[in-house]
Ligand binder design. Structure first.
Ligand code: PLP
Length: 443
């Protein structure tokens, strides 16, 4: 064996080489096809190989691919910032472009802290998040994340930011039931703020629908309205991490639209460029920018590739593609169809404890006993077995940390929004076969 040089996620694992992708399929160099029911990492929302995006990429590359943001601006970056503001809930946002979701949440955190600094409130520099959350892998983003596995190695280096309970009704952390609970999980934020003191807190960050740390966990009706009211009452900014939910994935342009709440800041990534180039953004409402505009007039952050015209042109083309092919509506319609099919599957297969999600951000959580929601022993690696077996069959699904503090098993099913009903039927039959086989193995 020749020695390797590329660091892959698991160093002794074999990764097939993909030659090309078209629509919802990827093809490896052995000619094997993979139905991409995870859109990669919930990213390739318009499918692979869309000619319009490739054309836009070439067109921009023929003009200029890179300009340094400290020297120049560019038409694609200016246009994209305006377009995102026009699309976002409540409008009136500024955009700070970065290259990954982690940078987007970290930038949002820094802007929130700077907002209070410029108002002379220097102590407001902590961010509250939820125990069940993932906001990124860089140190600031990880400090705001509850994802147990991804944090573990770096705990001594992370900021000790406070966390509150998640709105995880399937296994309510407070042992309550909606609506009798009166949204006690949202009240936990109020309690935490009172305990710590609002004078120390810059922001609260939450994924509209919890992704990798829980598996498409949708909060109950009224949750975000209450959260926003608590944030406003205590003068704390609300950051919506829309990295996974943003840009049409859930059947709305932004996940927060389902809850009719306008965040003060948003983080975007993944679907923003649908995987065609690295691109992400922190969106900042006018009122958050105001003290900075009146004060230092500069946000203390930035990356070499921030706002590069090449990625901005791709993002604009992706937004056009979504509009032209009505993919917001498609996510809603195809999502309802897939959700119904997955729920039918769950009726037949005892190991599926819960099926949930909105639009085409769906998930199933696995249990060893449905009546008492007992999780499988972690050593059994049920999630990995499902992912691996599906992969062998040529079906890609995404792992999620189900259960309390990641001690359960879940997968996310989030195909490109361009998927057809026939392709959904194929997806469901492959997944059903996979889950049945794993159930035989582990029960
Ligand atoms: N925020 C959320 C909600 C995510 O799902 C992710 C990635 O999975 C991130 C942030 C981090 O994004 P990236 O992997 O692009 O750094």
């Amino acid at each position: 064996m020749e020695r390797e040089h590329l660091i892959k996620p698991v160093l002794d694992h074999y990764y097939p080489t993909i030659e090309y992708g078209k629509g919802v399929f990827l093809y490896d160099d052995q000619g094997k096809a993979y139905l991409d029911a995870s859109s990669g990492a919930v990213t390739v929302s318009i499918g692979h190989g869309a000619q319009e995006i490739i054309d836009a990429m070439l067109e921009q590359a023929n003009k200029v691919s890179f300009v340094y943001r400290s020297q120049f601006t560019s038409e694609p970056a200016e246009k994209l910032a305006k377009k995102l503001s026009d699309l976002a809930p409540g409008h009136d946002y500024w955009a700070f472009f970065v290259n990954s979701g982690s940078e987007a949440t970290e930038t949002a955190m820094k802007v929130a802290i700077q907002h209070w600094q410029e108002k002379g409130r220097l102590g407001k520099n902590r961010v509250i998040s939820r125990r069940m959350s993932y906001h990124g892998i860089t140190m600031g983003a990880l400090s705001m994340s509850g994802h147990v596995l991804r944090r573990r190695r770096f705990i001594p280096l992370l900021e000790d930011f406070p966390v509150v309970v998640p709105p995880y009704c399937y296994r309510c952390p407070l042992n309550k039931t909606y609506p009798e609970c009166k949204l006690a999980c949202a009240d936990d934020l109020d309690t935490a703020i009172k305990r710590i003191g609002a004078e120390h807190i810059a922001a609260f960050i939450a994924e509209p629908i919890i992704g990798a740390a829980g598996g498409a966990v949708v909060p109950p009706e009224g949750y975000y309205k209450k959260i926003k009211e608590i944030c406003e009452r205590h003068e704390i900014l609300f950051i919506a991490d829309e990295v996974m939910t943003g840009i049409a994935r859930t059947g709305a342009m932004f996940g927060m639209e389902h809850f009719d709440v306008e965040p003060d800041l948003m983080a975007l990534g993944k679907g923003m460029s649908a995987g065609y180039t690295p691109m992400a953004a922190a969106l900042v409402k006018d009122h958050v920018m105001e003290p900075i505009l009146q004060g230092s007039k500069s946000i203390m952050s930035g990356h070499t590739y921030s706002a590069n015209p090449q990625s901005a042109a791709v993002s604009l083309a992706v937004l056009d593609y979504i509009d032209k092919h009505q993919l917001v509506l498609a996510a809603e319609e195809k999502g309802s169809y897939l959700l119904a099919r997955l729920r039918q599957m769950a009726e037949q297969i005892e190991m599926i404890g819960d099926v949930r999600g909105i639009g085409l951000l769906l998930a199933m959580e696995f249990v060893s006993d449905r009546s008492n929601k007992l999780t499988f022993p972690p050593g059994l690696g049920v999630t990995s077995r499902v992912i691996e077996r599906a992969f062998q069959k040529g079906l890609l699904v995404y792992p999620a940390a189900g259960g309390v503090d990641g001690a359960g098993d879940a997968i996310i099913v989030a195909p490109p929004l361009t998927i057809t009903e026939e392709e959904i039927d194929l997806l469901v039959s492959m997944l059903e076969e996979t889950v049945r086989e794993v159930m035989q193995e582990v029960t």
